[in-house]
Write a protein that binds this ligand. Structure first.
Ligand code: ADP
Ligand code: MG
Length: 336
């Protein structure tokens, strides 16, 4: 049988280009080491459709992050070209990337998420009124960015205004969220099954861009320092959040766990960082899945979701019953 040509899609023009290139190179090397024929498909200034057609790939491993790559756009193009891709569908990708729509879905599904309101440029005129009795501190973030880009903490009206202005440099809409003092836990999920979770402790107190991408700025504790029953509750909540948005493939859910009884879902990342030292590979490794196997399992899940293809794929899955992936994951469940 002819070998499939796997395209690892990376780069792009979003603020997360550099992170994407690191993820892409890690994945490409791991798949090559396991005998796959890999093409590095680096998006940049050329039109995306040209880059994609020139690459002549049979399946796409998405190592993109942020706008264009994580928000359903590239997924839509791959659907139209008939190239199966890793991760979530067009709709689920778009919902997860849009922090406001994701929060609306969480509320519909009774999934706790920090209280919030939205602010646009015109709201800056009467910000005091809009903010009302919401209180401080708050976290301000752009509606549709990742990697903590444009995210700040505000303790008063002056900082709130500056924070909204900073967020609006990245998006037309900012989200103002109640600051939750809590332990931060990220949960790794593959094809709807929980792999485990990790505690994230930024030394500065805020998990901003520098804390995420500067070595030594954040401690990662695995397993998290929360009671096992609590950890199970957190992982269940993460699973529910993923189901609420309809995400598939490898995802990482960011949650806050307070000293009291409360747990909050911050967001679902549909294309989480996949450098060999990223959080999802760390979680998987702890569950007994090494980096190369994880990349292969993600590749195995590549699919088309929309239109006739999507229906056919779903029907095939129903007919075939237990799939290769499910057998693999039963091993994972034993390991956790
Ligand atoms: N409401 C909040 N309360 C406390 N910390 C928050 C809140 N929202 C975000 N953070 C901090 O900012 C980080 C990034 O926020 P997140 O919503 O996950 O967006 P991003 O897509 O930028 O990762 C989180 O990992 C967390 O450390
Ligand atoms: Mg996050």
């Amino acid at each position: 049988m002819k070998k499939r040509r796997v395209g690892v899609l990376m780069g792009g023009t979003s603020a997360e280009r550099e992170v994407s290139l690191r993820t892409g190179e890690g994945v490409a090397r791991a798949l090559e080491a396991r005998g796959h024929e890999v093409a590095r498909v680096v998006f940049g200034t050329e039109p995306v459709d040209k880059t994609l057609r020139d690459a002549k790939i049979d399946v796409a491993f998405l190592a993109l992050h942020g706008r264009g790559g994580e928000d359903g756009c590239i997924q839509g193009m791959l659907e139209l070209l008939g190239i199966p891709y890793t991760g979530s569908s067009v709709l689920a990708s778009a919902l997860a990337m849009d922090k406001l729509k994701a929060k609306e879905m969480f509320r519909l599904h009774n999934i706790p998420t920090p209280p919030y309101y939205v602010a646009t440029e015109s709201d800056l005129v009467e910000l005091e009124e809009l903010h009302g009795s919401f209180g401080f501190p708050v976290i301000v973030k752009p509606r549709g960015e990742g990697s903590s880009i444009g995210l700040t903490k505000a303790e008063n009206m002056r900082e709130l205004r500056l924070g909204i202005e900073a967020a609006l440099e990245h998006d037309r809409c900012a989200l103002v969220e109640r600051y939750i003092k809590a332990t931060e836990v990220h949960v790794g999920i593959l094809d709807g099954r929980v792999l485990g979770c990790i505690e994230v402790v930024p030394k500065s107190g805020l998990y901003d861009y520098a804390a995420k991408y500067t070595a030594g700025e954040t401690d990662y504790i695995l397993p998290p320092r929360i009671a096992p029953t609590r950890a199970r509750g957190v992982m269940n909540l993460a699973e529910r959040a993923v189901r609420a948005l309809g995400c598939t493939g490898a995802v990482r859910v960011d949650l806050l766990v307070t000293e009291g009884e409360n747990e909050y879902v911050l967001e679902v990342n549909t294309l989480p960082g996949m450098t060999p030292t990223s959080l999802l590979p760390k979680i998987a490794d702890h569950a007994g899945i090494d980096y190369g196997s994880l990349c292969e399992m993600i590749l195995e899940g590549a699919d088309l979701h929309a239109g006739a293809h999507g229906e056919r794929n779903a029907a095939n899955r129903r007919r075939s019953g237990v799939t290769f992936k499910e057998r693999d994951l039963s091993l994972v469940r034993k390991a956790v």
